[in-house]
Structure formats: C-alpha cells, structure tokens
Ligand binder design. Structure first.
Ligand code: G3I
Length: 448
C-alpha cells in the first residue's frame, strides 16, 4: 500500500479509534485490578513493548489486552524495518501493532526515528548533504504516516557515549552532520506531527552520572533556545551490573524541573522473587513521586520473548503467570489483585509505599513531606529512608522519629504507626540547602 493511501486510510479510521478508546477507558474505571487501570488511577499510562509476530499467540494478546494501556513497537518502527531502501517505506508490521493497539484503546509510543543501530547500510554510505535530506525524509515519512496516532516519539535514541566522558556517540549522523543533527531532527519532527510529544531516549542515564549530565545539559540548552523537546525517556534496563540507582527519582525530578515530561521507556530488571519485586517497586514509586513522570513501559510482555530472556526480567513468566514483580508493581500503583497473591489484600502481609513532595521552598532551605500509605493489610508500624544530598542537613522533623547514618535518615513513627489498609499518614522535615537544591531520595517503605 502506498504511503499516501495508507495515510488517508489511517485518518479515516480516527473516529472509530476514538470510540474504542472511550470504551476501554470506561472499562478501566470499573476496577483497578490491572496494570493499566491502576496506573490510570494515578494519572499515568502503563505500557509494554510489543512484537508484531507474537500478536497471533492467544495468551500473548490476552495478557497484552488485559493489562496494558500503551504499546511501543519493539523493532517494527526502526529504520531498517520502515525504510529498508531509500524512499521505499514499509509499514506492514508497525501498522499491525498500531491497529491492534487502537482496537483496544491503547496509546502508542513511536520508537524510534534517528538511531545509530538497526540502520540500513545505505544510510551509512551517504555524504553529509544527502544524509541530512535522508534523515529529514525519514522523519517526515514515518511521522506523516502515523500523524495524530502516536502519543510520544523517540525522535533521537542513544546519541551519547557510555562511560565517563559525556561525549556524543559516533554514528553516521554525528560523524557527518555534527552535534546539530539532534536539534535538526527535533525541529523536523515538530513540523511533521505537532500533536506528538517529542522525546530524547537513552540508557544508563537513569541516575545522576556523566552521561545523564550530558543529556541534561542538552535538554537545558534546547529549552533555553526554543528547540522543540517535550520529554526525556529513561530506558531503565537494570541488572546486577546496572542496578536501580539510589538517585533515580532525584534524576527524574531534575529533568522534570527543566520543563519536560519524563517517561520510563524500556523497563526490565533481571532477577526473580522478592528481590526483583522490590526493585520494581522502587522504579514505580520513583515515577509516581515525580508529577511529570507521565508513564512507564516495560520492555516486553513475557520473559520468554525478552531480549534478555535468560535474566527473566519482566512481569509475566513464560507461561504468562503473574510474578511477584507483577504484584509489587500493581500494589505500588495502588491497584488490588487476587486475594492470596503476595502484596494483595487478604494475603496477610503488611506493606506500605512512601511518596515525597517538596511542600515549601526558599533560597536557603525547603520543607519536604513523605506520605506513607499502607498496602492491602492494616499495619502497626512503618520505616522509610530519606537519603539527603551530601551538603544538606535536616534542621527539624515532625510526625516521625529519625535515626541517622551518614546522610541517610531512617524514619519510624512517633505516634502514627497504626494504619488501616490503604490509609495514609506522613512526616515532614525542614532542610538547610547549604548550596545544594537537589531533592532527597526516598527508599522503599517497609511495614510490620
Ligand atoms: O527478525 C530477524 C529474524 O528474521 C532473523 O532470523 C533473526 C536472526 O538473528 O533476527 C531477527 O531480528 C532480530 C530482532 O531483534 C527481532 O527479533 C535481531 O537480530 C535482533 O538484533 C533484534 O534485537 C533487538 C535490539 O533492540 C536490536 O538493537 C531487540 O529485539 C530489541 O528488544 C532491542 O531493543 C532496544 C531498543 O530498541 C533501544 N534500547 C535498547 C533495547 C535493548 O537492546
């Protein structure tokens, strides 16, 4: 099908799509017992990467349709799949995913327009002037085809080097067009589909480090010069070599403070059991603590099709059974699962979540408030940790009892340990900034 015809066809179906979305939203409101509906209750989407060739598998499609409110094509929108030879676009597999998502009222994240990997060889052989034209043609071709149908596009993916340098990664775009290729891609993307959120997406940028600092500087520069950027994606591929950073939330917050949304775009955490579940809880709590963290996407439905399948990094096992990590995510999102599942109502296990907000701010200090919410069981006590940036110090604390180890403050109840299932309390504190405006990191809440 030619691009022009397909574009018209997609636009003509928009009315049906809107109707499907309304049906799905009405369904979600009935019970927060799935990832998508629980996340919707928090004003977020909960998505997954999807591969077109698994959509025909009944259990895969049933799990996808039941649990998720957003999809990201795992490979089908990449350059090698969509423009294998210059000017010849092929959208078959990507269309299958977008059509499926729309039939279920799910949003679609576009992944990805300009990336050094999965790039057909013809792109690498172009000279600078031709490459610039080809890059812009590719953006216009893809975004034009899906105009109005993609909630966020990863416009540029993984343009920075790993390691301590904070330098740009070598790629045909970087090497031939120079630093300006990212800005040019975003400007072209804005014109191609003004309704889409435009994201920069990368990995190993999840905590504060040289690479995330370099991305931060770029986003700050873009915002100051009016280069159109709306969001930053944090891939969040974690394992024992690359654990969930303790300053994850703080890092998300500092990007949000630049005036962009943040999204967790490719989440997976290798491991199993309660340790994996606890790490997933940390990630969800971090996103929920940042008001501009608009949603989370896990990088696949089931362990068996994960790009890291031997590390079993996802929420459903190879038989599509919910793992403890699933229960932990659902619970952290405020949802409720089947009685008897760990962390669910009726399982007899006390649990809690801790969320942080800055409630007052002045030049030399700020007030923070941590809200403690019991899970599906009543609790008689809770413990939360607050890790402060090195320069900062706490000058007052109320409604809690602190104990200090270095810059980590462990807070237990003063009078407010007993909570009914789902009930909340909290503690507050005053911080002297001593030159650092960074936010504290809140650890996982534990309850008894
Ligand atoms: O489709 C072909 C198949 O025809 C062929 O027989 C087979 C032989 O190897 O390869 C198949 O293609 C594979 C493709 O996944 C689809 O399964 C590629 O070899 C394989 O390289 C490709 O891997 C993808 C990887 O990106 C490539 O860079 C993973 O599925 C995908 O999960 C992964 O996703 C990336 C994000 O896009 C960006 N961030 C990191 C993330 C994880 O690496």
């Amino acid at each position: 099908m030619s691009m022009t015809v397909r574009r018209l066809t997609r636009a003509a179906t928009a009315g049906l799509v809107a109707a499907a979305a309304l049906t799905a939203a009405a369904h979600s409101a009935e019970a927060a017992d799935t990832l998508g509906s629980a996340a919707a209750g928090q004003g977020r989407y909960f998505g997954t990467a999807v591969a077109a060739n698994h959509l025909g598998e009944a259990d895969y499609a049933a799990t996808l349709d039941r649990e998720f409110s957003s999809v990201t094509p795992e490979n089908e929108m990449k350059w090698d799949a969509t423009e294998p030879s210059r000017g010849t676009f092929s959208f078959g597999s990507a269309d299958r995913i977008v059509d499926h998502a729309q039939s279920q009222g799910m949003d679609v994240r576009g992944h990805t327009l300009v990336w050094h990997s999965q790039l057909p060889s013809w792109v690498g052989s172009l000279g600078a002037s031709d490459l610039r034209t080809a890059m812009n043609d590719h953006i216009n071709g893809l975004m034009g085809h899906y105009k109005g149908e993609i909630h966020s596009w990863d416009v540029v993916n993984e343009a920075f080097q790993d390691g301590g340098s904070g330098a740009r990664r070598s790629s045909p775009f970087q090497d031939k067009l120079g630093n300006g290729f990212i800005e040019e891609a975003f400007r072209t993307a804005r014109a191609a589909d003004p309704a889409a959120k435009l994201c920069y997406n990368d990995y190993n940028t999840d905590g504060v480090n040289a690479k995330s600092n370099a991305v931060y500087d770029m986003v700050k520069d873009f915002k100051s010069r009016g280069v159109p950027i709306d969001c930053v994606g944090f891939q969040s591929h974690f394992n024992s070599n690359s654990p969930v950073p303790s300053d994850y939330r703080q890092n998300l917050q500092r990007f949000a403070d630049l005036g962009v949304d943040v999204q967790i775009t490719e989440l997976d955490i290798e491991g199993s059991g309660s340790a994996q579940a606890a790490d997933y809880t940390k990630v969800v709590e971090a996103c929920l603590a940042v008001s501009r963290c608009t949603g989370m996407t896990v990088w696949g439905v089931t362990d068996k099709y994960s790009w890291r399948s031997s590390g079993t990094p996802l929420l459903f096992d190879g038989n599509y059974s919910e793992k403890p990590a699933y229960d932990a995510v659902l619970s952290a999102l405020g949802g409720s699962g089947d009685p008897g599942d760990p962390g669910d109502p009726g399982d007899g296990t006390p649990s809690c979540t801790a969320t942080y907000t800055r409630t007052a701010d002045w030049s030399s200090g700020y007030n923070g408030q941590v809200t403690i919410t019991a899970g599906g069981e009543p609790i008689s006590s809770w413990t939360a940790t607050v890790t402060l940036p090195a320069q900062q110090s706490v000058s007052a604390l109320w409604n809690g009892t602190p104990a200090w180890s270095g810059n980590v403050m462990t807070v237990r109840p003063s009078w407010n340990g007993t909570l009914a299932a789902g009930a909340s309390t909290g503690f507050g504190f005053t911080v002297a900034k001593n030159g650092s405006d960074a936010a504290p990191a809140i650890g996982t809440c534990t309850a008894s």
